[in-house]
Design a protein around this ligand. Sequence first.
Ligand code: NAP
Length: 265
Amino acid sequence: MGPSLSLRENRGMSIDTAEFAGRVALVTGAGRGIGRAIAEGLAARGAHVALVARSSDELDAVVAAIESAGGLATAFVRDLLDDGARDRLVDEVEAACGPVAVLINNAAIVDPLGRSTDVPLDAFERALRLNVVAPAVLSFRVLPGMLAAGWGRIVDVSSGVAVRNDAMIGANAYTTTKAALEAHARNLAAEYADSGVTVNVYRPGVVDTGMQEWLRSRPDGEVATGLPASFRRLHDEGALITPERSAAGLLERLSSTETGQAWSV
Ligand SMILES: NC(=O)c1ccc[n+]([C@@H]2O[C@H](COP(=O)([O-])OP(=O)(O)OC[C@H]3O[C@@H](n4cnc5c(N)ncnc54)[C@H](OP(=O)(O)O)[C@@H]3O)[C@@H](O)[C@H]2O)c1
């Protein structure tokens, strides 16, 4: 019998608890926010979920929640900015859990923020390494197994700023990374069209998570572009959606065979 997670994330629709039964799903940034909601949703659909983040306490809490709902999850406490850890991750997940059939590249950082000429170059590079290089490397590592199996799903969690490039003034690094991530994903999708492996991007909406809280909490003087105030306004207007609602928009499309698409919540 499949796991019986709460249906709260599914907006009243019934979940097919066998949809991903027997499949291993690797979700980065799965300790909280959107990644946690995606991981719980995949476990509810029968996947064995490999959870990646740096905070072991948060990963332990997600494992406990999934297991208590009858699902299967394994935590991998890793820093995706550590090149060695990043490069070994897929082998380690596959040794512990089995071949990865679903990869959700969700972990990202929104900083550095501020006037672009003031941003330290190492911080700009760090954003590129976490938000673009790590998803690409993980995709390259899972692809051979997915291609051999003739089935795989890769989703890169992006943002609306990938196409609305002037939406977050003072977040040049973040905007650059999400646009690059989408170009990477669509190009990869075209390379592997008709292989059974799909590659899509997901723009999750404006979601009530730690990342949004952090943006709102930046002192206006620290980010001299009005960015924190614009996020406080969105919050006060009630514009944010829950991580579960956002995750549902990805999960409901994951079985489809479409590839090279930008999905939005
Ligand atoms: N929230 C929004 O409104 C919004 C809007 C558009 C797009 N997005 C995108 O949605 C995704 C998730 O965002 P979120 O709001 O849920 O973010 P979040 O609350 O900040 O969570 C980010 C997750 O990534 C992990 N992470 C960060 N740095 C890491 C590292 N070096 N190595 C491994 N894991 C790392 C974090 O865990 P640790 O800190 O423990 O490592 C955490 O689990 C991101 O790609 C973001 O760009 C969010």
